[in-house]
Design a protein around this ligand. Structure first.
Ligand code: ADP
Ligand code: MG
Length: 333
């Protein structure tokens, strides 16, 4: 897989940028944000206002070339133009190769800026990539399966991925890494925890804007729903999440992480019937990554015995016997 951005440059991104993009729909269509002032400054830096020191081309033509790059808002090309011309004059580059290098510099810059913007808009809690994942620490993970998932065929096929395992084993790390890989390939991605997602759906319903909110959450090619199982979901919240899962079913990929096995999902969602219906859709086209091992966070305390996951807080009210009537496909936008 071609990496469009080095891990070092990815790490330098501020992933908590205060973007107002509450909507994943805002992702991926980001302009470079280059201002004329920035370009002018860049032009000055590369000697745009002085006469060219290059022997081959008259200074006026080099100046005109840089002028065009400024007008076309191509700071990437502007940055390399002197170097390219020097190599062209020295015979290190053919005219065709020189043109290619000039344009490639701009393409790389544009991709990096789009990726940065997409990652900001996706609201990732941290930037994680495979480069920093230590497979040796977690031998239960099938490295081949993870590498294969990073080829992103599952996104094209609109399949899901569910990562299961106790706390600290790397579920979120791997899920985020898949999200970054998808963003690198220009796919719209979005991160949320189940708790935040349900809150936003409940709020949208309260404001009479559920249909719009579901439409927005349907848009990303990959939606990561993290932390299923840490907090119980109200029955209303479970129904809303079910509507979202149904809306995305066979239309877009959803990645989920959970510290609970599927048999406990009835407790998480407060209703065995809704949980079964959820799993029925999620598992139909799904890759399961079941991680069994120790917490990476606690790797320096190998003898530490942790309590098992505490049971979820009991829910109030009587459990429903059947799915509520509003949970039907015809209500989906
Ligand atoms: P989980 O989601 O399973 O609770 P995380 O993915 O949040 O666990 O991992 C906890 C921390 O440990 C994160 O900072 C993550 O980057 C790191 N981590 C987990 N597993 C590994 C690993 N095998 N190699 C490198 N870092 C890891
Ligand atoms: Mg996690």
């Amino acid at each position: 897989m071609t990496s469009l951005m080095s891990p070092a440059s990815l790490t330098s991104l501020s992933t908590r940028a205060p973007l107002s993009a509450d909507s994943p729909g805002a992702m991926g269509e980001v302009t470079t944000g280059t201002t004329l002032a920035t370009l002018t400054a860049a032009a000055a830096q590369v000697g745009f206002h002085g006469s060219s020191t290059l022997s081959g081309a008259p200074a006026s033509i080099v100046d005109a070339l840089k002028d065009h790059l400024v007008s076309l808002q191509m700071p990437g090309s502007l940055e390399v133009v002197d170097d390219v011309l020097r190599q062209l004059d020295g015979g290190a580059l053919s005219p065709t190769a020189a043109m290619e290098r000039l344009l490639a510099a701009q393409v790389v810059l544009r991709r990096q800026r789009r990726l940065t913007a997409a990652i900001h808009a996706a609201r990732l809690p941290a930037l994680k990539t495979l480069d920093t994942f230590d497979f040796a620490f977690q031998p239960s993970i099938d490295r081949g399966q993870i590498l294969n998932l990073h080829e992103l065929g599952f996104v094209t096929r609109k399949e899901n991925v569910i990562l299961l395992g106790p706390a600290g084993v790397g579920k979120t790390h791997l899920a985020l890494s898949l999200l970054v890989a998808a963003a690198q390939h220009g796919r719209r991605v979005y991160y949320t925890t189940l708790a935040d997602l349900v809150l936003s759906l409940v709020e949208a319903e309260r404001l009479g804007r559920l249909r719009e909110r579901l439409a927005v959450l349907k848009a990303p090619a990959v939606l990561l729903v993290d932390e299923i199982g840490y907090l119980p979901v109200t029955s209303g919240g479970a129904n809303l999440f079910f509507q979202l899962v149904t809306a995305r079913y066979e239309r877009a990929s959803t990645i989920l992480t959970s510290n609970k096995s599927f048999k406990d999902w009835g407790t998480i969602f407060g209703d065995a019937v809704v949980a079964a219906a959820l799993l029925d859709r999620l598992l139909h086209h799904c890759h399961i990554v079941n991680i069994k091992g120790n917490s990476f966070r606690l790797r320096h305390y190998p003898g530490l015995a942790l309590p098992d996951d505490p049971p979820l807080a009991p829910r109030r009210g009587r459990p429903r016997k059947s799915p509520p009537p509003e949970v039907t496909e015809r209500h989906l936008g």
